[in-house]
Design a protein around this ligand. Structure first.
Ligand code: DAH
Length: 327
């Protein structure tokens, strides 16, 4: 083929090539080992010395020319791809970031911690006890003997072996603690309790109680009233009135129910309480002649329901994120 034509054709091809792969094909077609230029050089053998010299020079120039335009185009294409890549991978630092969801504490935990802090500042220690109890700690030691009708107050989940049960209240921890510690003592016991009863908006098969116990010399109802009024005032962050109503619990004598009223609001039944029954002190080998105490039991769920205006106790245990995310 005519070298001039060959060069024009190669130039056209290079111009048309829109990527490096196409350009490489053109390189091979003209400058490859078996390409057009190689063929021209091969054909020189047959020519005379002079013609060989002339045609050889021409072929060389054509080769150099094609090489140059391919190199230029290759540079251009590489630059274009680089620019395109930069554009595609550009990071927009002004775009709003992805929000990371942060977890938080359960409303019952929040209330529990707040209550603990208030009582700790009044010299009470926070104590834990077992959720699986023996009949002795949950009932007998609390002056609720077998066959006593008062046992009916607590619908109990009995375990299959050895008369074990799921504690129906946190009161058994009073006994555990008094067995190991000498008075004077002040404790609160937050913990989970279980009752074998139908659930409704204010009763669950599990719930949280907070037990309180103070044993010292010359303790009277006045001490209880002062402690509980101070607690309620700080928990509600408002002045509250309390009212003691006579009630019955086997482990206290006298026993009462505490109603609470905030401002001019309704009286709300809040907790059970009383002066620790001498039989309970005796069960823990404490001499009731020398020591007296008061005790109380309040539902932590109840406190949380009042605090957050929640109507149904079951929401606390539902695991419903729509509910939980509000705290
Ligand atoms: N244990 C009682 C209950 O679960 C609550 C209670 C009442 C606890 C009076 C006390 C108390 O310590 O003195 O219903």
């Amino acid at each position: 083929m005519d070298l001039k034509k060959l060069k024009i054709e190669a130039e056209k091809g290079v111009k048309k090539a829109s990527n490096l792969k196409e350009l490489d094909k053109i390189f091979k077609k003209y400058l490859g080992k078996k390409g057009e230029i190689a063929r021209v050089f091969n054909s020189l053998k047959k020519l005379s010395k002079n013609e060989k010299k002339k045609k050889g020079k021409e072929a060389n120039l054509a080769k150099i020319g094609i090489e140059r335009i391919i190199k230029e185009k290759s540079k251009k294409l590489k630059e274009e791809t680089r620019k395109l890549k930069l554009k595609k991978e550009r990071i927009d630092v002004t775009r709003p970031g992805k929000k990371i969801e942060v977890g938080h504490l359960h409303p019952l935990t929040l209330v529990q911690r707040e209550v603990e802090e208030i009582f700790e500042s009044m010299g009470f220690s926070v104590i834990q006890g077992p959720e699986v109890e023996t009949e002795w700690y949950n009932f007998d030691a609390l002056n609720i003997p077998k066959d006593h009708p008062a046992r009916d107050i607590w619908d109990t989940f009995w375990l299959k072996n050895q008369r074990l049960l799921l504690r129906t209240h946190t009161s058994p921890v009073q006994i555990h603690y008094m067995e190991k510690h000498h008075p004077p003592l002040r404790i609160i016991v937050p913990g989970r309790c279980f009752r074998h009863e139908a659930t409704d908006a204010s009763h669950g098969v599990q719930f949280y109680q907070l037990e309180g116990l103070m044993v010292d010399k010359n303790i009277s109802v006045a001490n209880f009233k002062a402690v509980i009024e101070e607690f309620l005032k700080r928990f509600y962050k408002a002045k509250v009135e309390i009212q003691l109503r006579p009630s019955y619990f086997p482990f206290t004598e006298p026993s009462f129910e505490i109603d609470v009223r905030k401002g001019k609001g309704k009286w709300v039944e809040m907790m059970g309480a009383g002066m620790v029954h001498p039989n309970v002190l005796k069960a823990a080998k404490i001499n009731p002649k020398n020591w007296q105490g008061f005790a109380f039991g309040v539902g932590l769920d109840r406190l949380a329901m009042v605090r957050y205006k929640i109507e149904d106790i079951r929401l606390f245990y539902s695991g419903d994120l729509r509910f939980l995310k509000q705290f």
